[in-house]
Design a protein around this ligand. Sequence first.
Ligand code: FAD
Length: 281
Amino acid sequence: MSQERRYSFEFFPTKTEAGHEKLLNVARQLATYQPSFFSCTYGAGGSTRDRTLNTVLQLDGEVKVPTAPHLSCVGDSKAELRELLNLYKDAGIKRIVALRGDLPSGMGMASGELRYANELVSFIREETADHFHIEIAAYPEMHPQARNFEDDIANFVRKAKAGADSAITQYFFNADSYFYFVERVRKLGVDLPIVPGIMPITNYSKLARFSDACGAELPRWVRKQLEAYGDDIDSIQQFGTEMITRMCEQLLQGGAPGLHFYTLNQAEASLAIWNNLQLPR
Ligand code: FAD
């Protein structure tokens, strides 16, 4: 397996001290697998500004895995974004995940000076030149608010060409959607690495809710199988791990440049897949 492939783990900043301690323990465990980097999400509109900042600085500085903050532009002013970029830059952070974001319900319509992620990518380049490696989001099954698939592809291409270095996908359960997306954007001159985002399956009802909201299709046969397990968490996790492992094998064999695990701040499910795949440590 190519050593140049990259494997990364994503966390979200927690609200409580206890949650934060647990996150640090999970991160320390995952750090022993020597991932390429960690990333930490950002609540659009700045709702997790301090928690994301503190978590990133702690993961990077104390757990000692290079950590990429997510940064979204809806609801944040240019001045607020500039301040965060400078804080990260001064702290030696070298990678950033640039997003539009979704404002939490109740925060009203999108505000802020930058409307789409391509504008944020351009802004980061204007402000900090080549300091950051910029990751962008990709949607093999189409972003749920896109007018149509062609439009979404064109928007992704514009965002990539604004100065991104690589992309991480929304999760999906159908490897063909990933391969088709990559093929489409390659034909339009985008050659940056597009890393599949991997969502381990650990809980059916949460996954179904999440997937509806973000436009990831849970195939009927997977849904039916998970439904049949009811509250039998062990069977759900065993089936989920086998199914996702198989999809990751397909992705890596087909040329995916790595994997990005949506850990949901848990180690076991991502590590079960990592170990099944015998990824490098
Ligand atoms: P964009 O690329 O701006 O696209 C958003 C929509 O607008 C798409 O439908 C696109 O087709 C359309 N569009 C894009 N550009 C234009 C244009 N110039 N004119 C007209 N239409 C356009 N959300 C968070 O709040 N915090 C996070 O930390 C976070 N992390 C994420 C990490 C990953 C890897 C992924 C895949 C998603 C993440 N999200 C996060 C979710 C993301 O913010 C949402 O999916 C959001 O709705 C879109 O963000 P984007 O950066 O893809 O937006």
